[in-house]
Write a protein that binds this ligand. Structure first.
Ligand code: CDT
Length: 310
């Protein structure tokens, strides 16, 4: 999805999502992945003190019944295409999460929900008013649902793929991938909003040249998608919110579908609204899962304790 501005009406963004979904269905896709917090701009970059304005970025209660999101799920059901999408969630107990769901068109229900675990950025904004902020630690709690893989019935010629979800920053953490890999995941879904040129965010060593900084961010995105897909013998699908929000905040593109050998099968060419499609033959996961990365035979867990210690 391309640029989405702070003042864009939600109905306009939703219409774009419906068009992308239709486009995917027209290309015979069985599943469509949309980005992180897809229904509006990436609001954690702003310090929002007005509770009403902040609330408008969130879905309250059951997302498939939320007035601002329901038309997406209704259209998915009508088209017979599964959809996975990111959104800002207010849970029934009032807690707020950066979440995604997997909607199963055939049954018209949510098969799985994920709440982002690795929240990047800060609680307080930078002192520099020109800095790009990432206030996810302010607006969300760390996810409490773990990295749970799930089976999807009636997909991929009846092969019931094992899927997993992660959101944006999670993709940089091998632990997240391994948790899914250990459950035999065959397709990992990951929506993201990744700032291109944002030196405060990326640190003082980051390039001060916008073009170079963006290339580096794109390189790291593909690096983690390709290497972790390979090391877990899984397909992965990543979907960006891209483009120049508010004429000021650059987000990288680079949405791609990666195969279990780490090869890119399809990738976007623009930072506009764009659909990419690939055939994911799950049999291609077998070689990695039964030979190079046969976890049950080759892992040496007695040496991995440090990974789960503080
Ligand atoms: N949305 C999100 O998680 N973005 C982060 C930015 C990192 S800030 C240093 C990402 O990992 O792409």
């Amino acid at each position: 999805m391309g640029a989405t501005h702070r003042t864009d009406p939600r109905s306009k963004t939703l219409d774009r999502m419906l068009k992308l979904l239709q486009d995917a269905a027209d290309q015979s896709a069985e599943l469509c992945l949309l980005p992180e917090t897809a229904f509006a701009t990436f609001f954690p970059r702003y310090l929002i003190n007005d509770p009403e304005e902040l609330d408008a970025f969130f879905e309250h209660g059951d997302v498939i019944k939320s007035p601002g999101a329901a038309p997406l799920f209704n259209k998915a059901k009508q088209l017979g295409i599964d959809v996975s999408v990111g959104f800002a969630e207010v849970a029934d107990n009032g807690e707020r999460f950066n979440s995604s769901v997997y909607y199963h068109a055939l049954t018209g229900s949510i098969l799985a929900k994920y709440r982002k675990i690795h929240l990047p950025g800060d609680f307080e904004p930078f002192a520099d008013p020109e800095a790009t902020n990432q206030l996810e630690k302010r607006y969300f709690k760390p996810g409490n649902l773990g990295f749970e893989a799930f089976r999807v019935p009636d997909l991929a010629a009846g092969s019931e793929p094992i899927m997993g979800m992660m959101i944006c920053n999670d993709r940089r953490w091998p632990e997240a991938w391994r948790c899914l890999g250990l459950q035999g995941v065959e397709i990992v879904l990951c929506g993201y909003n990744t700032a291109g040129f944002a030196p405060h965010l990326w640190g003082s060593d980051a390039s001060q040249d916008p073009k170079q900084a963006e290339e580096t961010a794109l390189f790291h995105h593909k690096l983690v998608m390709q290497s972790n897909s390979y090391m877990n013998a899984t397909f992965s699908i990543s979907a960006a919110r891209a483009g120049m929000d508010d004429g000021k905040y650059a987000l990288i593109g680079g949405s791609c579908i990666v195969g279990p050998e780490g090869n890119i099968l399809a990738e976007t060419k623009t930072v506009e609204d764009e659909v990419i499609v690939a055939d994911c033959d799950l049999e291609l996961c077998r070689q990695g899962k039964t030979r190079t990365f046969d976890f049950s035979r080759h892992r040496r867990v007695e040496h991995y304790k440090r990974i789960v210690e503080q």
